[in-house]
Design a protein around this ligand. Sequence first.
Ligand SMILES: Cc1cc2nc3c(=O)[nH]c(=O)nc-3n(C[C@H](O)[C@H](O)[C@H](O)COP(=O)(O)O)c2cc1C
Length: 324
Amino acid sequence: MDKKKIPTLALAPMAGFTDAPFRLMCYKNGCDIAVTEMISAKAMTYRDKKTGELARLPKGDSPTAIQLFGHEPHVMAAAARMIEECSFEGCDFSEKPVAIDINMGCPVKKIALSGDGSALMKDPRLACDIVYSIKNAVSLPVTVKIRAGWDKRSKNAVDVALACTEGGASVVAVHARTREELYNPGIDMDIIARVRDALPPEVQVFGNGDVTDGKSALEMAEKTGCDGIMIGREALGNPWIFDEIKAYFKGEEYLEKTKEERISAAVSLVSSIVEMKGEERGIREARGRAAHFIRGLRGSAEKRAALNSAKSLSEFVSILNEWE
Ligand SMILES: Cc1cc2nc3c(=O)[nH]c(=O)nc-3n(C[C@H](O)[C@H](O)[C@H](O)COP(=O)(O)O)c2cc1C
């Protein structure tokens, strides 16, 4: 296969998963840019400690954008200013964030019914105001992550993307499903292509949805003309996906990771999570995280059950390492 132009490869924001240890792992394996888990703008302005922790960027965690959710332009702007000034509770930036990203796609009821996340797809004017208010408050670039629309009767990604561009957004990432579709299989690549066609060339468009390997990434790039590809769920147990896609575009051979490499990566991730979050909380979170790395391996169901009862990091690591 000929060499193809490789789009920017981004790690999608995923609450509960794309924390700093995981982002660092993706950067080591070809990821070009990452986004934090979504962070409540309102909670940040209330100086909530746990919220502040989500926005920490340790050494090497760059170029990373911090994602905010909310719907009140002045609150979003105030939270963005706190980020730029590093004045929120517990701010710890060994790396400076490269952008403020706005969540316009979260479908979860609690979020959408409060007017946040995907609810913004129903109100392009408000989406524009939010971007504009943040742009006026900070010098950091503002990026947005949208969906195809709210439901099949209102696939208005082009309108929302144009409104965000008018507000000053420099990147528009399109998750090519409506809110109604949640994460159902199948995406509408045409909507990404239409957003790309509608926006000026200086605004980058990232395509997102169901990219799982080099072939699906190439299909996304060729069918949509997108500047970047954002990868979510596949990365959870496969942080090497970025290098895999790059190899595919270059026509190079890519060797699947061995069982030993996958286990070793799970151990390394779990250890970093425990180091960052403490043993009790770290182990609780690590169970679901390690499960992604061992999925499909023979004996993984038994291992998952054993990991669920592990109480310490050493016990957790022994269970993973003692694999026949
Ligand atoms: C567990 C989980 C958490 C997510 N959290 C966020 C989030 O915090 N912010 C956001 O914009 N999207 C979030 N998403 C959506 C993803 O960023 C992405 O748009 C979606 O998974 C589709 O991409 P994929 O098919 O590559 O997974 C989340 C998705 C999952 C599965």
